[in-house]
Each structure stands twice: as structure tokens, then as C-alpha cells.
Design a binder for this molecule. Structure first.
Ligand code: SF4
Length: 375
């Protein structure tokens, strides 16, 4: 298949691994965080870490949209379905995220909640059109990639004059999460998370461009290389990061120039700005409350805001006490450091959010890497 196989070619991978080995200075170590869950998945699936020299380590970051969703937000969606009697629509992975009272959206569905999996926000609008007697709420999660389609859905609902469609908006912003990692005591004060640079996200960057990362490179002296999701993309990005570190540079470089440019998709950015504005505060799983790190619906579109339409106070809820998702999302621990990894917590029975989506660090390690621990 054109444009995919080329980026998975084993012979090229061997050559790149050799080039990385030559590039890496044996007298020092390198620690790079892949921010995005798509990269975590690719690294685990294709065994990229196994091709790296021992002094080049990858750290999983908080870029899996399902993983960073706090329990309190899933609780809100469940309450909408069970207490307000709405038809709650969301993406498949959200359904299995553990919530309070041993519930998840899937379990709430078994209790009689009208909860539907949709493939797009447009499906939720269609459902509202077809069922005018029901209130339909779209539980919108994700980073900058999924935000424009939610904006389109809201504008479409407005154009159609729908009175039974609204959105529970939980869209979050990538640059805020990167800031919080770089400002965290583990990185800044204690040095327990050594961080030499970032692999910048692929899909998110097609929307926001490479410009927003320039601040991090300059301010924190951390190189960023934006990379595509294929294994050779990731390996090339690692090589570029190593070279920057060796040369004492901290710049934004773009390995994914076939899809990302400096300015991103201006039309999508404009659409998002029209429908959403910054929230002052938003709780993330594992990263606590981060200022200006998420979006809410602008007052012009208030009738499509589920938080305004329904009585939905937000309550923060602590993670399961054995779960290490928070530490994993901050890069402090690895999935195998969690005592219940692969025993009590599995993809079939996730205890924490990192075991739910294939982009979650725990699910990726469970699927592709867990036998390495015993080898
Ligand atoms: S193994 Fe399960 S409980 Fe442990 S950190 Fe991962 S998701 Fe959380």
C-alpha cells in the first residue's frame, strides 16, 4: 500500500536504528517523551524501543484523550443518561472508562441508560434530528484534532434549529499539558523525570501547526520534533532529537512535513475560535487542575451547552487507590510499575483509564510488551 508500507519497511528501520546508534553519544543518556497516544501505540506495536540503544529511553506522555479524562467528567455523562434521561452519545473508548460507584458508561447502559456509541459528532446531530422527542447529548472529548468536528456539529445544530441537541464539552489543549509536564516538580525541581525533548503529536499538529511548540523549545530549552505515526517516522524523529541534544540546540523541527506546516489549519482554528473559548480551569486525570487548558462553549451557542441545559455540578473524584495512571501520565512511572497491571487491571477489566484505549500506555504495554518483563 502506497504511503504506509514505506514507513514500516524493516530494512530501512535497521538502517535508521544503526544511524541512531551512531548518533547517540555513549557517554550520556537521552530521555524523550512521546506526548501523543498514537506514538505510544506505534512505539509499543512495532517494538521501536527495542531498536534503540540502552542509553536512549522513551517516556510515555499524557496525550491519550481517554486517559486524561477525569472520573468526575465521566460521572457527569452517566448522570445525564441515568438521571436526566438523555440519549448520551460518545466515541467507543469512552464507554469503558471506569467512573464512580464501579460504573462506566457501558455499565450505565446495562442499567437502562440510553447510551450510544457514535463514530462522529455528526452522527449525534443526525440522531437528534431523527428523535425530536429525546434530548441528545454528545459527550465531546479529545485534543485539538477532535475539536473542529464538534464545532461543526454545534453550528449544524444551530443552523437546523435543533432544540434537543447539546454537547458536554471536555475538549483539552495540548500546549497546556506540555507546560504542566515541564513545570511539574518531578521535571523542574527533583529531576526524577529527566526530559531531553519531545516527539510532538501528529494529528494535533495538523490543526495547530508547529508554531505553538516554539515557546517550549525556547523557554524551557527542550527540542521538539513533530513526527508522523508510523514507526519510521518515530525513529527518524528520535534521531533528529538526539542530534539537537548533541549540538546543544532546542528547536522545533518537523519530521511530518507531509501533513504539518508552521501555521496549521487556519480554517479549522477559526471555526474552533468561533464556537469555543478557554475555560479558566479544567481538571485532568493525573495532572490536577490546569489553568486555561480546556475549552467551553461560547455564550452565543449556550443553548447547545449541556452544562447550561442540565443541572450538572462538577465534582472531582480520586482515582482507584491502587491505580498509578496519574504517575504514568506525568511520565513518573511505567505501566509495569503498577502493582495491579495485567492481573486485576487488564483491557477486558480496566481499573484505570490508561488500560482502556489502545493509545493508553498500560493497554499498549499489555498488548505488545508485557512478556518482555518476564523475559
Ligand atoms: S495498570 Fe490499570 S490500574 Fe495500573 S496504572 Fe495502568 S490503568 Fe491504572
Amino acid at each position: 500500500m502506497k504511503y504506509i508500507d514505506e514507513f514500516r519497511d524493516g530494512e530501512v528501520a535497521k538502517g535508521l536504528a544503526e544511524a541512531i546508534r551512531r548518533e547517540a553519544n555513549p557517554a550520556r543518556s537521552y530521555h524523550f517523551m512521546e506526548f501523543c497516544g498514537g506514538h505510544t501505540h506505534a512505539i509499543s506495536r512495532y517494538g521501536v524501543s527495542d531498536l534503540l540503544p540502552a542509553n536512549v529511553k522513551m517516556i510515555h506522555g499524557p496525550g491519550c484523550p481517554v486517559c486524561v479524562l477525569p472520573i468526575g467528567r465521566v460521572d457527569q455523562a452517566i448522570r445525564l443518561a441515568l438521571e436526566q434521561g438523555v440519549t448520551l452519545c460518545t466515541y467507543g473508548d469512552c464507554l469503558r472508562v471506569p467512573a464512580s460507584d464501579s460504573l462506566s458508561l457501558l455499565k450505565a447502559k446495562a442499567r437502562g441508560g440510553d447510551i450510544r456509541m457514535v463514530y462522529s459528532s455528526a452522527d449525534a446531530v443526525t440522531l437528534a434530528q431523527k428523535n425530536p422527542e429525546k434530548q441528545v447529548v454528545f459527550f465531546a472529548i479529545g485534543f485539538e484534532t477532535t475539536t473542529p468536528p464538534t464545532a461543526v456539529a454545534i453550528k449544524q445544530a444551530a443552523a437546523l434549529g435543533l432544540k434537543n441537541f447539546s454537547v458536554l464539552c471536555c475538549h483539552v489543549l495540548t500546549p497546556s499539558a506540555i507546560s504542566s509536564i515541564l513545570e511539574s516538580p518531578e521535571v523542574r525541581q527533583w529531576g526524577t523525570v529527566p526530559l531531553d525533548g519531545f516527539i510532538g503529536p501528529a494529528h494535533v499538529s495538523t490543526i495547530i501547526g508547529s508554531r505553538p511548540y516554539e515557546f517550549f523549545a525556547e523557554e524551557y530549552r527542550k527540542p521538539v520534533v513533530i513526527a508522523g505515526f508510523e514507526p519510521l517516522d518515530v525513529m527518524q524523529a528520535i534521531k533528529m532529537l538526539i542530534r539537537q541534544v548533541n549540538e546543544g540546540r532546542a528547536e522545533v523541527e518537523n519530521e511530518f512535513s507531509r501533513a504539518v506546516d508552521r501555521d496549521g489549519n487556519k480554517k479549522a482554528q477559526q471555526l474552533v475560535a468561533e464556537v469555543f473559548e478557554m475555560r479558566k480551569n479544567f481538571e485532568w486525570r493525573g495532572l490536577n487542575i490546569l489553568p486555561y487548558s480546556a475549552l467551553r462553549i461560547r455564550s452565543q451557542f449556550a443553548e447547545f451547552d449541556a452544562e447550561k441545559r442540565f443541572p450538572l455540578g462538577y465534582q472531582s473524584v480520586a482515582d482507584h487507590k491502587a491505580c498509578e495512571c496519574g504517575a504514568i501520565l506525568r511520565g513518573v512511572k511505567r505501566p509495569q510499575d503498577c502493582k495491579i497491571f495485567g492481573t486485576v487491571c487488564t483491557p477486558e477489566n480496566p481499573v484505570g483509564s490508561c488500560m482502556v484505549s489502545s493509545e493508553g500506555a498500560c493497554a499498549a504495554h499489555y498488548t505488545y510488551g508485557r512478556y518482555k518483563d518476564v523475559a
